[in-house]
Design a protein around this ligand. Structure first.
Ligand SMILES: *Cc1c(COP(=O)(O)O)cnc(C)c1O
Length: 376
């Protein structure tokens, strides 16, 4: 049996086997696009506005502003806050490069903080990373799990620092009933093909309660134009294509169902793997809705398991093998081995197993069987 990490072939491609094609979207999307292209309403169109309004309501914020990517959502959030050269921004040492890359892209310096046992920024360690140059904190909802938002909000308030949430991979996640993207001055989301809500290439969105920030991000994504002829501030072209909003709208109402299925599968994995002493499952909390963008665990003999999975047709991955602060691109930040011990240990022991709404019961059972056999 082959169990793939990606579900794109089942969502859009030739494999309509899962649930008799219930969550196969290609035909529906093409029908919607057929009507859409005839309108010629391509740039900042009505369908984009409809999607933004729906998205804002779903997250529970006043505004959602569609942009080119999750990375741009982060960059424009930083720019809207006036963050740039000479500034420092605190973020997690264990995340996708885009989080820290966005900070560098506006000319600021990423200041990394080590993680807790849930792959999330260690809220207790944030305060000691704050300097007079710190201008914002970016907690990451890494893997679709919640960072300790209440503690982080408190620290941010105490030091009068804005929070930008990197909730790029955490649509529909929540902590204590409040959704990812509704905690910070902004939340940022990605619609990359491998995210829980995806489009047909790149896309992203910024969420915010603030009228002022919403106005700035709207300007920044569209050259700073207040009218056809007047430019209020220097922006870029980072509009979410209306065409991609049409794609997203076709799947949007299913997001919670698709997510629930992921959560169910993760629970099956947890129940099976908690009996294997060589596997360490991060703590789970009843007040966190972890949406399992990644089902990531710590294991002994990781590289051997990875190889065994590959040999047996289970496509597993490592997110990520090299600690972000030690990447070549951050050499000038001056970090060295030993600075982020928890992240280093994770990078050597984590593995991500296929976990998505399109897996069949047989496939989930097979993944469990392969991993269990390896440690038997
Ligand atoms: C995917 C992702 C991003 C970047 O989103 P893009 O749309 O690919 O630019 C940023 N941060 C995290 C944590 C992500 O998972």
């Amino acid at each position: 049996m082959k169990v793939l990490f990606s579900y794109l072939n089942r969502q859009f491609g030739t494999d309509k086997s899962t649930l008799n094609g219930k969550w196969h979207y290609t035909d529906r999307i093409f029908t919607a696009l057929h009507d859409f292209v005839k309108t010629g309403d391509f740039t900042l169109g009505k369908k984009l506005q409809e999607f933004e309004e729906k998205f804002a309501r779903f997250i529970g914020v006043q505004h959602a502003i569609g942009v080119n990517s999750g990375t741009d959502a982060l960059i424009l959030s930083l720019k809207a806050l006036g963050i740039g050269h000479g500034d420092e921004v605190i973020t997690s040492a264990e995340t996708f490069i885009a989080t820290a890359g966005a900070i560098a892209a506006v000319g600021a310096r990423p200041v990394f903080v080590d993680v807790n046992d849930e792959f999330e920024i260690d809220a207790e360690k944030i305060e000691s990373a704050i300097t007079p140059k710190t201008k914002a904190i970016i907690p990451v909802w890494f893997t679709g799990n919640a960072p300790q938002m209440d503690t982080i909000v408190e620290t941010a308030k105490k030091h009068d620092l804005p929070l930008i949430e990197d909730s790029c991979c955490a649509i529909d996640a929540s902590y204590k009933g409040k959704k990812a993207g509704a905690w910070g001055i902004t939340g940022t989301f990605s619609f990359h093909p491998l995210k829980n809500l995806n489009v047909w290439s790149d896309g992203g969105i910024v969420t915010t309660h603030s009228d002022d920030i919403a106005k700035k991000v709207r300007l920044l994504r569209n050259h700073g134009l207040v009218s056809r002829d007047e430019v209020e501030l220097c922006g870029i072209n980072s509009r979410l294509d209306t065409l991609q909003a049409v794609v997203a709208l076709q799947m949007f109402d299913d997001v919670s169902d698709l997510t629930n299925k992921r959560i169910e599968i993760a629970k099956q994995y947890d129940d099976a793997f908690c009996r294997i002493p060589s596997i360490n499952i991060p703590p789970r909390h009843p007040d966190v809705r972890h949406v399992f963008h990644l089902y990531m665990i710590r294991v002994q003999k990781r590289d051997e398991l990875l190889q065994y999975c590959t040999e047996n047709g289970v496509e597993a991955k490592v997110h990520y093998p090299i600690p972000l602060p030690y990447q070549k691109c951050f050499t000038s930040c001056g970090y060295k081995k030993g600075d982020f011990l928890a992240t280093e240990q994770d990078n050597a022991s984590i593995i991500s197993l296929p976990c998505h709404a399109y897996l069949t019961d047989e496939e989930v059972g097979y993944v469990i069987e392969v991993v269990t056999k390896f440690y038997a």
